[in-house]
Design a protein around this ligand. Structure first.
Ligand SMILES: Cc1cc2nc3c(=O)[nH]c(=O)nc-3n(C[C@H](O)[C@H](O)[C@H](O)COP(=O)(O)O)c2cc1C
Length: 394
């Protein structure tokens, strides 16, 4: 069964919901596995007040019993901690006209979904657009990715992420397990503590100037054997699916694999990774390709970089217009992040796990975790033997 998931819910609605279908039966899951990743998604110096309010209280509706997946769809909801304050505006059956007027969104924010969304659905008040386009909907995506990451962990595959820059101020990339671990736990998602003051100063200055910041982050996948994904049809390519999933994160405007955009300006000799033969084995000494060739994993680290634009909602709204009066107006503003790069990085890590996990399951089947594990291990051995020339035709 192919993996899939659907989400439902609005930013200020009763809660958010994810239904994840296709996961193998017999996967061990603890509550901490899920709450831990949600806490990481809330992180970040420069986030708005919401992260202090949200507790991301989870309710499990199906698919898990006694800490193990059953093979049925996993349903999880996330309560909105502020629902009582929003009931009057977001109630599914009856809302208060006064509260609706007070919370009306009539000045579209440049860079957000407001204007094209209002044209698409023909609404003057863009509250419905704001509610569903909000990046709060990346919370259930992150849960789906966390489940996929647990499957991958059983298969010996690790997905990690780190923030590389915020507002043009760079941070060192992780070198070694300890620094990846630090990046995972750090408020700013960075590998080294000494890089944090400059990033914090940049974010504080942006907040004072009532503007916002974007940045770049990287995602790494290790432990994946060569040959996951396919070149045989356009939609089976691992790089294509990863790029699609990462570009679908709100505000992500660029994704590259390996040397990516830089490789376009370099000659082939400086870009492709030569294959050496040493001690009867082939080997690579570089990884400009970022671990993917021909839409398949090469067995090296998969290395992806993504660029996030600055957040569109700003305390001092950009020039826009009011859909009711038709007159120029400052863009709508409400509680918002100044910078959400560390949070987006966690969402990207989760979505990478989702894509890699679902492609592995497509290749090796996923009714039972034990079967998936055995088939994956058998394939890993095949890939390693190939490296030792045992499979090579003489
Ligand atoms: C984790 C995360 C948090 C975000 N927080 C905000 C926010 O507080 N305010 C805002 O206007 N945009 C925020 N965004 C970005 C918007 O959701 C995004 O720019 C908008 O949906 C329009 O989509 P587009 O930028 O992909 O065109 C956030 C994005 C992510 C990934």
């Amino acid at each position: 069964m192919a993996w899939r998931f659907l989400t439902s819910g609005e930013s200020h609605g009763r809660g958010l919901l994810v239904v994840v279908d296709g996961l193998p039966a017999g996967l061990s899951i603890s509550r901490d596995d899920l709450t831990g990743v949600m806490a990481r998604r809330r992180r970040g110096f420069g986030r708005g007040g919401r992260k202090n309010v949200e507790r991301d209280e989870l309710t499990l509706w199906g698919g898990i019993r006694n800490g193990l997946t059953t093979g049925g769809p996993v349903g999880i909801s996330i309560d909105n901690a502020e629902w009582e304050h929003w009931d009057g505006v977001m109630n599914p059956w009856s809302i208060s006209p006064a509260a609706d007027r007070e919370k009306a969104v009539t000045a579209p924010r440049p860079g957000h979904a407001d204007l094209p969304g209002s044209i698409k659905f023909g609404v003057e008040n863009m509250r419905n657009i704001l509610e569903r386009a909000s990046a709060r909907t990346t919370a259930p995506r992150t849960l789906a990715g966390a489940l996929a990451a647990l499957v991958l962990k059983e298969l010996g595959v690790t997905v990690r992420s780190a923030v590389e820059s915020i507002g043009g101020v760079a941070a060192a990339l992780p070198a070694g397990d300890d620094e990846w671990q630090r990046a995972a736990l750090s408020e700013l998602g960075v590998a080294r503590e000494e890089d944090e003051p400059a990033l914090k100063a940049r974010i504080t200055a942006a907040a004072e100037e009532e503007t916002s910041l974007g940045g770049t982050f990287v995602v790494s996948v290790t432990g994946l054997p060569a040959g996951i994904g396919s070149f045989t049809e356009w939609d089976g390519r691992l790089d294509g699916r990863l790029a699609g999933a990462l570009m679908a994160i709100p505000a992500v405007k660029g994704v590259e694999v390996g040397d990516g955009f830089r490789s376009a300006g370099l000659p082939g000799r400086d870009v492709h990774d030569p294959i050496f033969v040493e001690d009867g084995q082939w080997t690579r000494k570089t990884n400009h390709a970022g671990g993917i060739e021909g839409g398949m994993s090469t067995g090296q680290e998969i290395f992806i970089r993504a660029a996030m634009k600055p957040i569109p909602t700003m305390r001092k709204g950009l020039l826009s217009f009011d859909t009711v009066s038709g007159k120029p107006s400052a863009a709508h503003s409400e509680r918002s992040d100044v910078c959400a790069v560390p949070a987006a990085c966690v969402v990207a890590e989760a979505m990478t796990a989702w894509i890699v996990g679902s492609m592995a399951a497509e290749q090796f089947g996923s009714d039972r975790m034990q079967d998936l594990k055995e088939r994956f291990e058998a394939y890993r051995k095949h890939a390693e033997r190939w490296n030792l020339h045992e499979c090579m035709p003489s």
